[in-house]
Write a protein that binds this ligand. Structure first.
Ligand code: PRX
Length: 632
């Protein structure tokens, strides 16, 4: 059953209902799912705990709403179309029936390995259908998956294993991405040297490269599923049982495990998918994200599959073997909805329109953008050259913590404006706050973006540390969830996201804490202190600029810079590698020892004549020295 809104007046009507009577609004949406037992109460909440429960005492299994639900009515319909890295290689198409069978087989494997309800399973896999099968099999048996992006280093992986106390890791031998063949299992092996929690590793064979298999711990995926039954009875889950943990970066400390639960996430991911993309039966939908991020969770796997959609998984990169690869795939599968990140658009824009010329792109109906603010130039390029001015662009604002899209046009319904995420989805009650905690009402205002009422897909806790959840999201503004983003509401009441107002930077749509990068830099033995800021980057949106104080004896600057980059790659992964490193004699600190990042940001972005008040600095001369050594 579809809960799609069909018109702008329909949107305003539904929005109004969702605010006036949220419980009835969401109960109606939730009623179109299969529950093993209906809930007793729609919502129980307070933002002080925070303590939020949706569909209280409802019992369900999310995979029944993906698999059993579609098995009989559309068993032969493609659920997942997998396109490999290499254009000439065979693709794979899994129908809903095949997906059902594969998920059941793998569920049986997990059960046989002693995995049960509540156990934590790390999935460190490339973009292959087995990654989605693994997620669904966990959900089916009640295990809690934590997908770790397969570009993270062994030490980042080990941290996550330790934090969630995972006893199983699902991985692959290797991975193909563009020209590269990347080792995957060996990264897990290295991670497991520093933790003994993991009892079982199951390895999907993708590249056939040589790997070490530890007897009793490591098993091949293809051998494990052999002879397993293709049916499995789904575990009964409480609506508020954990579905998954996904680690994300914040202003301080190590990445935290954002916890999402079964019932609310199910309802929210499907509702938002159907409405934002205006998915209609028979459409082919493609989101280019990786399953290691929330976009991959909600809009490659859960949202589309709950809707009975055909979702494409692409193993490769936009520029291999040439910058026409995305468009070749769009034509090949007649993609109707295409969802990507501004960084990918900008990376392709650099190559001009020639790579697009051979392709028709006439199947496209909707274009989507996610992960970072989309600049107007990229918006127009996307609209003109990819959408041929016919396709609405849905600029979707949301976060790992929100579980699903929060502010976005409904495709073809909400009039769009370049670089504006436009209006909140039904059920999303936004507030713009000034620094003193006062809500800025009316139009033409700018401030910090908060949310003042719960929505079903919201974060429940940060794994193992509820206080951190409270401090990070529910303390800045009383009774509100604080997003960490700045926002403007214009004269039409449209929302434009301005970017993070905390110490989080967004590099190629990947979220990174400056403190996390600094900690990795500081691991280098010659580094005394460092400060990391973001600066505008043509393709990545933001680049990483690191100011580092170090002991330069026995090293040239070039040597040291390379060593620091290598160290960050080792500790976090290549995505956190600084773009620019400036060795500095000191950092601009206030008399109380606080680094004035504002100054460092200005220097990094090149606006030195506008540094503001520097009179409170301990040593104002250090600023001139920093400016003199600035990296272009
Ligand atoms: O700053 C916002 C930015 O990405 C952050 C969330 O990052 P993450 O949890 O990794 O999730 C990314 C995918 C949902 C937000 O706090 N962001 C996300 N979408 C947009 C955006 N900024 C501007 N416009 C967007 N459409």
């Amino acid at each position: 059953m579809s809960d799609r809104i069909h018109s702008l007046s329909g949107y305003f009507h539904e929005y109004q209902k969702s605010v006036a009577d949220p419980e009835n609004f969401w109960a109606r949406i939730a009623d179109s799912f299969h529950w093993k037992k209906r809930w007793d109460k729609v919502l129980d909440w307070n933002f002080d705990g925070p303590d939020v429960k949706w569909f209280v005492n409802g019992k369900l299994n999310i995979t029944e709403n993906i698999l059993e639900r579609h098995l009989f009515i559309m068993g032969d319909k493609p659920a997942i179309i997998w396109e490999p890295n290499e254009p000439g290689d065979p693709n794979r198409i899994l129908t809903y029936k095949e997906l059902y069978e594969e998920v059941c087989r793998f569920s049986n494997v997990l059960v046989e390995k002693g995995v049960g309800k509540g156990d934590k399973v790390i999935i460190y896999m490339p973009m292959v259908p087995e990654a989605a099968i693994a997620m669904l099999a966990c959900a089916r048996i009640g295990a809690v998956h934590s997908v770790v992006f397969a570009g993270f280093s062994s030490s980042a992986l080990a941290d996550r294993i330790e934090d969630c106390k995972a006893k199983v890791v699902l991985t692959s031998d290797g991975n193909y991405r563009g020209k590269k063949k990347i080792a995957v299992k060996s990264v897990v092996d290295e991670a497991l040297e520093s933790t003994d929690l993991v009892e079982t590793m199951i390895v999907f064979q993708r590249t056939g490269q040589e790997v070490n298999m530890k007897a009793g711990r490591d098993f091949w995926w293809h051998e494990a599923i052999e002879g397993q039954s293709t049916s499995h009875v789904a575990e009964e889950m409480d609506s508020e049982d954990e579905l998954f943990i996904l680690y994300t970066s914040g202003s301080t400390g190590k990445p935290k495990g954002v916890v999402h639960t079964c019932g609310g996430y199910m309802v929210y991911s499907k509702f938002t998918f159907e409405n934002v993309f205006q998915y209609t039966p028979g459409d082919v939908y493609w989101c280019t994200a990786d399953v290691g991020w929330i976009t991959g969770h909600s809009y490659i796997v859960y949202g589309p599959l709950l809707t009975g959609a055909t979702t494409i998984m692409f193993e490769g990169v936009p520029t291999y073997p040439n910058p026409g690869r995305f468009w070749e795939i769009v034509d090949k599968y007649k993609v109707n909805q295409f969802y990507t990140a501004p960084t990918a658009i900008r990376a392709l824009q650099v190559h001009g329109t020639e790579p697009i010329a051979p392709y028709k792109l006439d199947s496209l109906k909707v274009l989507g953008s996610v992960g970072e603010p989309i600049n107007e130039e990229a918006w127009h390029w996307y609209h003109t050259h990819i959408g041929k001015t016919k396709c609405p662009i849905v600029d979707t604002w949301w976060q790992t913590e929100t579980g699903g899209i929060m502010v976005s046009p409904l495709a073809g319904i909400t009039p769009t404006k370049p670089a504006f995420a436009t209006l909140p989805l039904p059920g999303v009650q936004l507030a713009i706050m000034d620094p003193d905690g006062k809500e800025l009402k009316g139009n033409s205002v700018e401030g910090n973006l908060c949310i003042k009422f719960p929505w079903p897909g919201m974060i429940r806790t940060t794994y193992g540390d509820h206080e951190r959840c409270k401090q990070t999201y529910f303390s800045a503004y009383k009774g509100m969830y604080f997003t960490g983003d700045g926002v403007k509401r214009d004269h039409d009441g449209y929302y434009r996201i301005l970017g993070r107002v905390d110490d989080v930077i967004n590099v190629s749509g990947h979220r990174m804490g400056t403190a996390e990068v600094e900690n990795a830099i500081n691991e280098h033995p010659l580094v005394v202190e460092s400060a990391v800021v973001g600066y505008p980057h043509k393709v990545k949106g933001q680049g990483i600029y690191a100011y580092v104080i170090c002991d330069m004896s026995n090293r040239t600057e070039a040597n040291l810079t390379n060593e620091i980059k290598a160290s960050v790659t080792n500790i976090i992964g290549p995505i956190a590698k600084p773009d620019k490193i400036q060795i500095v004699p000191g950092l601009p600190k206030t008399r109380s020892g606080k680094i004035m990042r504002r100054i460092l940001r200005k220097v990094a972005e090149g606006s030195m004549d506008n540094l503001g008040d520097t009179s409170t600095l301990l040593d104002p001369d250090v600023v001139d020295k920093i400016i003199a050594g600035r990296k272009e």
